[in-house]
Write a protein of this length. Structure first.
Length: 255
């Protein structure tokens, strides 16, 4: 996960809530503890939300408001309620706090999505974790995989490195990124896997024009995202990202 991705996730974090134990925030929180700049931003974010929550909780119901509303309702008098002094005072306080909240929230706007190769790779890694337990099509027949992807307009004409082509297929799926079709071809590396895990090696394929900074064609670009190792390369009009749960030495066996 990049710092930009972590900011996007943590912008939704609510301090003092169950978010601290939510797995969706775990990776971003870990990065915030490790990165000094991101940590300072996160501290400011939490401080703003905590201060606003405290201020809202301090707004008291004006004394006698309930009795006043009941008595006026019984009298069936036509009164412009919002002109009453107690109501106007409470409304002024709420308006002030809303204005302060808007000011601070504008300072913590969710950053735009990363549309570079790094952003594509990061989203595909998250998809790999979710897809380990299920695919659109489960088969060990690569011709069926190609046919399915072609029918979905998702790059069924992919080319596999020789080492990867020797791995057993497990199935495939179709994803989207920035409005572009992404083919996901799943393999079994041959390692022992935990119960329920159907695949542990993932190849993501997208059109070259969809990535503004495609990886080189002559040498795979290697990157590590927590425990997931990735290799990215360009071949013809397609960009490939291979991802696996393991170290780089393990991933290189399939390049």
């Amino acid at each position: 996960m990049t710092k930009l991705e972590a900011k996007a996730v943590l912008s939704l974090y609510r301090p003092g809530s169950a978010d601290a134990d939510d797995p969706e925030f775990a990776e971003a929180l870990t990065l915030a503890r490790q990165d000094e700049e991101l940590g300072r931003w996160f501290e400011d974010h939490c401080a703003v939300h905590s201060a606003l929550r405290t201020r809202f909780r301090q707004i008291a119901v004006p004394e006698g408001l309930k009795e006043q509303i009941i008595s006026e309702h019984k009298a069936r008098s036509v009164i412009v309620w919002w002109r009453q002094p107690t109501i106007m005072a409470a409304a002024a306080v709420i308006l002030l706090l809303v204005s302060v909240a808007a000011f601070w929230l504008n300072r913590t706007v969710i950053p735009p999505e990363d549309t570079t190769l790094s952003g594509f790779r990061g989203q595909m890694v998250r998809s790999a974790v979710k897809s380990a337990y299920g695919m659109d099509l489960e088969t060990n027949d690569v011709s069926q995989i190609r046919s399915y992807l072609a029918r979905q307009n998702a790059h069924g004409d992919f080319q596999l490195p020789r080492s990867l082509a020797s791995a057993a297929c497990a199935g495939c799926g179709v994803l989207t990124w920035q409005g572009n079709r992404v083919a996901m071809v799943c393999f079994q590396s041959g390692r022992p896997s935990s119960s329920g895990v159907k695949t542990d090696l993932f190849l993501f394929i997208i059109g070259r024009k969809a990535v503004p900074n495609p990886p080189p064609a002559d040498q795979p670009q290697l990157a590590q995202a927590n425990r997931i190792s990735t290799a990215s390369w360009t071949s013809g009009e397609l960009v490939y990202v291979l991802a696996a749960d393991g170290d780089m030495a393990f991933l290189r066996k399939f390049l």
